[in-house]
Design a protein around this ligand. Structure first.
Ligand SMILES: Cc1cc2nc3c(=O)[nH]c(=O)nc-3n(C[C@H](O)[C@H](O)[C@H](O)COP(=O)(O)OP(=O)(O)OC[C@H]3O[C@@H](n4cnc5c(N)ncnc54)[C@H](O)[C@@H]3O)c2cc1C
Length: 425
């Protein structure tokens, strides 16, 4: 029996689905010992720090991850950053294959004037702030104005707009960070605009997310019916199924508009941001539109226009992702998930993607290299193992129970690490 050692860098969906595909590849002739490295004290990637807290069902995929993690062939090394605590070279040397699954976490910027003003932030900071990512606990989110503008036409923009426009007590039974719930309860924001550069037919929302909007109990959702009717006429019968479904969902919203609530989300199509205005702090956004220039007054601007992957020394990056051909990078290095494809695709997309890369690894592997264990390189390093993570997990769930929350998340590195019985290698 050939036993191969595989390192997976990043404990997000792509990393776990890669581990699952490796397990599926095992047979009577070969098996895999999997070590997963994660820079945070907690696994699950964007399932923990990206997916909106008011969509808890989506997070139940973490049950699949935990099943993989309890396999005897699996070890978690969290609180270990590759590129800092261990180099990629060291991994390539000690493992038969190294799979990069580090996602795509750097928010793209618009490159327009005023983007650095206080009150202008990327969804790449705002989302992890409300989701209790320990690197983002101190993000400055001014909520003391009546209006906010979200720039972007995808599901992240929609999540951001919805979270800003929800009645904040709706977040009480969720795992939203404590500091964010308090801030939203004190928020003056009542009007949230989602501004898209192009027309409704080009929006990258998915229709289930659009269809959820009319279910908001305390928020009006405004879409201009004439714009949707015009878009439907433009695309005609030849429109792709997804586009048709999106336009139908938007038409339904436009024709069933509520106006009785104090809080409102309004969609602005064909609005291209030109400049963020303000004296020391955001006061408005200037857009060009088909009918001329328009300024929307607001005190907060959140851009949700995509992500780039963060560089890791020793890994080739280009165009915001890891340079690869079908997941092969160089030598025994491979890439999966958002680091491979860029920031597109839902959680499930990473499963088929990881399977196809693991298939290639299966073809590439020669004889196992009998390499020595990684732990001697981690001497003196505080590592959060699977058992430690389970202690953090149990503590968070227990803390949430009396508040009817699925969990009450630790907010800072210290709080998270304090829950774990830490191993010092
Ligand atoms: C705001 C937002 C909301 C979303 N909502 C949904 C949704 O509702 N439904 C849905 O299906 N999809 C949703 N998605 C998409 C989904 O989250 C992604 O498809 C998926 O998370 C990508 O998986 P990944 O493993 O490639 O990256 P990630 O989930 O980002 O995981 C990467 C992991 O690698 C770790 N890492 C990074 N660098 C290093 C390093 N140097 N060393 C060690 N570890 C490292 C990170 O800490 C992270 O844990 C959302 C995405 C975003 C941004």
């Amino acid at each position: 029996m050939a036993i191969y050692k595989v390192a997976i860098v990043g404990a997000g969906p792509a990393g776990y689905f890669a581990a699952q595909a490796l397990n599926n590849l095992a047979d009577q002739d070969r098996s895999f010992e999997i070590d997963m490295f994660e820079r945070l004290p907690t696994p699950w990637g964007l399932v923990r720090s990206g997916v909106a807290p008011d969509h808890p069902k989506i997070k139940t995929v973490s049950k699949v991850f935990e099943k993989i993690a309890t396999g005897e062939n699996f070890r978690l090394f969290a609180n270990v950053e590759i590129g800092k605590d261990l180099s990629v070279d060291q991994l390539q040397d000690r493992y038969d294959a190294v799979i990069i699954a580090t996602g795509s976490s750097l928010g793209k910027t618009l490159g327009i004037a005023g983007e650095k003003l206080r009150g202008s932030l990327s969804a790449a900071s705002f989302v992890p702030w409300y989701n209790a990512h320990p690197d983002f606990a101190d993000v400055d989110v001014p909520l003391d104005s009546n209006a906010a503008v979200v720039i972007g036409g995808g599901n992240v923009a929609m999540d951001v707009a919805r979270i800003l426009a929800l009645e904040p007590s709706e977040l009480d039974p969720t795992d939203t960070a404590d500091h964010a719930i308090i801030a939203f309860k004190n928020s003056d924001i009542r009007k949230v605009y989602i501004a898209l550069r192009r027309g409704p037919e080009h929006a990258a929302f998915t229709s289930p997310e659009l269809r959820d909007l009319p279910k908001l109990e305390h928020t009006n959702v405004i879409i201009n019916e004439a714009e949707i009717v015009a878009a439907i006429a433009r695309v005609g019968d030849s429109a792709e199924k997804d586009v048709k479904s999106n336009l139908d969902a938007m038409l339904f919203i436009a024709q069933n508009q509520k106006t009785e609530h104090e809080r409102t989300i309004e969609f602005l199509f064909s609005h291209t941001p030109q400049e963020i205005q303000g004296d020391g702090k955001v006061e408005g956004v200037v857009f060009s539109t088909p009918t001329g220039e328009r300024t929307i007054k607001c005190g907060l601007v959140v851009t949700a226009i995509g992500y780039n992957a963060l560089d890791i020394p020793g890994v080739p990056f280009g165009n915001g992702k890891v340079v690869n051909v079908d997941g092969r990078v160089t030598g025994n290095m491979y890439v999966v998930g958002w680091a491979k494809r860029g920031p597109s695709g839902v959680i499930g997309t990473n499963k088929s993607d990881a399977s196809s890369v693991i298939e290639l690894i299966g073809q590439d592997l020669g004889e196992p290299k009998n390499k020595s264990d990684i732990t001697d390189l981690l001497k003196g390093k505080t590592v959060v193992t699977q058992r430690d993570w389970e202690a953090i997990n149990a503590a968070e769930i227990a803390a949430g129970e009396p508040l009817s929350k699925p969990r009450r998340k630790g907010i800072t590195w210290d709080q998270l690490m304090a829950h774990a019985e830490i191993y010092y290698f």
